[in-house]
Design a protein around this ligand. Sequence first.
Ligand SMILES: Cc1ncc(COP(=O)(O)O)c(C=O)c1O
Length: 416
Amino acid sequence: MSDEKKPKAKPTGPIPAGYAGVDGELAIGGQKVSALAEQAGDTPLFVYSRDLLAQRVADLRSAMPERLAIHYAMKGNPFPPLLEYMNGLVDGFDLASGGEMELALAAGVDPAHMSFAGPGKRDRELEAAIAKGVTLNLESEGEAARAIAIAERLGKTPKLAVRVNPSFDLKGSGMKMGGGAKQFGVDAERVPALIKEIVAAGADWRGLHIYAGSQALKAESIIEMQAATLALAAEIADKAGATPPKVNLGGGFGIPYFPGDEAFDLNAVGGALGQAFSALPDVIADTDFCIELGRYLVGEAGVYLTRIVDRKVSHGEIFLITDGGLHHQLAASGNFGTVIRRNYPAAIATKFDDAPTEVASIVGCLCTPLDMLSNSAHFPRADVGDLVAIFCAGAYGASASPANFLGQGAAIEMLV
Ligand SMILES: Cc1ncc(COP(=O)(O)O)c(C=O)c1O
């Protein structure tokens, strides 16, 4: 008799809305996954859906006050065709490097609609942004001095906003970007003096950028953060004696990745912001506002498809071994900023409508136990040749994973 115990099934995260089976297979943008893989010519691949991207932006616009501009934080997904598509949907792009600026320019984004945040901007990045007329979200007094000197040398008026390190953070956020000592932004109490210097230097002061965190799933936390952000913007403007032309209220809108996660109430956030906008202090009453979102706009619109190349049993446990892995989907493997590994939403894409019959682990092809895409979850029986879908792969997938690890190389990407 075997002393091997059957593994206990672990739950997976919720499959995002908008995905359905056609003839028993997962379809994305109306096309079956087997057809998409054939079109791509190889696996693994990321598939991003235009319909789901457009739907997300439309939902956001209908919930948020009209006055709020929507910016795409392109660090979420810089795939060129997706950038071009997003350029037709959003009002601005948030960049985090000179490389992202090049990609945004190539995608046809107007530099007047770009803002560039991020610590450690090199002189050549500052120069390129100033030359193109991109707004710099300054991360320090030192960066401000370098930008002003570079602009003088170029004979340009730089567009400068100040990124504020707020004294609060985004509660329940997966990634806190404010509250205490941080490498991001200028401590709030020093911002008024910096604004005065920027204005005195003859620069075009564009306003404030206040980013307190990412991946929040509670409407109350986002509402509280936005209220605190507006209050801080008003306080800084008062002390600087100047109305900011624009305030970037940050973002932080999260998506459900894990078992038990639920989407936050977008209408509640939009309603509260609308109310806050109707009662703004005088000093920011004429200010323009925007938010910058990455994963909320693109995360759920993407699926990672990888093919099963082996099926094996070890000590009673079933392993479905795929041609993909953490080198494309680091986040789903649990190695991108999560403390406890939990399962992303996953499915056997070629048997999407089949009932689960077994507990199996979906792993990648790398020789490390970290390369786990789904740990001991319920799936229909899958065999060599079947395609696996990992959902919530539209953000921080292809570009945030170590594609060259073990000589594997990048996955194919498609916008459908
Ligand atoms: C300044 C800034 N903007 C936007 C984002 C995008 O975050 P998310 O993809 O969670 O919306 C981040 C994430 O770290 C960020 O640091």
